[in-house]
Design a protein around this ligand. Sequence first.
Ligand SMILES: Cc1cc2nc3c(=O)[nH]c(=O)nc-3n(C[C@H](O)[C@H](O)[C@H](O)COP(=O)(O)O)c2cc1C
Ligand SMILES: [Fe+2]
Ligand SMILES: [Fe+2]
Length: 391
Amino acid sequence: MKTDCAIWANGELRYAGVNDHEIDLFEGQYAVPHGVSYNSYVILDEKTAVMDTVDGRFADAWLRNVEKALDGRKPDYLIVQHMEPDHSGSIMAFAEKYPGAVIVSTQKAFGMMNQFFGTDFADRRMVAAEGGKLPLGRHTLAFYTAPMVHWPEVMVTYEETEKTLFSADAFGKFGALDWAEDWTDEARRYYIGIVGKYGAPVQTLLKKAAGLDIQKICPLHGPVLKENLEKYLKLYSIWSSYQPEEKGAVIAYASFYGHTRAAAELLAEELQKAGFGPVVLRDVYRDDWAATVADAFRYSHLVVASPTYNGDMAPKMEAFLKALSARGYQNRVAAVMDNGTWAPMAGKAMKAALESCRNVTVVEPVVSIRSAMNDENKAQICALAAALIQA
Ligand SMILES: Cc1cc2nc3c(=O)[nH]c(=O)nc-3n(C[C@H](O)[C@H](O)[C@H](O)COP(=O)(O)O)c2cc1C
Ligand SMILES: [Fe+2]
Ligand SMILES: [Fe+2]
């Protein structure tokens, strides 16, 4: 998307965001091989409004985009929907360049501005309350709080004339806008990774959204959504209610010397032979952890396999299971395979971790390997495949 691209047919909404291809890890955690965009929009009406800023590393480029989009005019308002630094990092640069602009945000966000910047703009601010409206001329912005989607101060903004929802982090995805790819996989990895824990607040936001006639969604990351909005709303409904999207299995394994991996591969083969559905094999050490977490939320079944490591499961397996439970993982069928050369303990630990999640059923048998698979283990793995198919 070009920075001068008009989003509304009348040309009164313009994109002013930036693509970040320099970042190594988003939020210091998530691999983004195709970058990420920090979206910002400019509304030109009798009054002008800028919707959010961008990461501070891109302040100059963004201010140039804003200036170009404003077409010689000055901004009347800066709307701040979210205070996470990927969106708030250029607020101070904006405030200095445009001293006449009023900052519009929630009470909580102004508190955070004080913490981040040492000012809450007391002399030039407007506090947005739930349902509060800001007329710009032909367009009117209505503000709706969306606490914990993805921080407590978040609000979203609905423009009534063009029926456009500015959705803050919701409906965003990884991947810069100059990189073309399907929305779903990178939006899932983004949502489950970043917002996954907050299913209930997302459901509350979706209920508010259901009362609005939405024709376009302008998120803070990823493309503007203009068509088939039901598809995106449905996926958000599934993800935020912790239901699987489809029948299928993730087999997540750790293996120091390949023996546990061989067991994971055999189980994958057995499931595939039986026509179980998609089976995804993931190494918790080598594969992107956020993709494995997202796949665990995508599919109905999860198998974890780990060697025993100093009396416990492998550390990255523990981190993976913690990443699931921290995101409210629930409503799934699970199974466990372990390995141990003198005192196998990983199976017990993984089973306990899974059973601490709500409505996760661990099916039998728990396959326990002593160093390398023997014939009995192979038979157990066939029995486990059959049990998973039944469950
Ligand atoms: C550093 C390290 C620590 C281990 N700790 C244990 C242990 O505490 N108890 C045990 O039964 N096996 C232990 N093992 C053996 C593994 O659980 C496993 O049997 C072996 O690595 C073979 O499986 P793999 O090829 O999938 O790695 C350990 C192995 C390694 C490399
Ligand atoms: Fe955020
Ligand atoms: Fe964000």
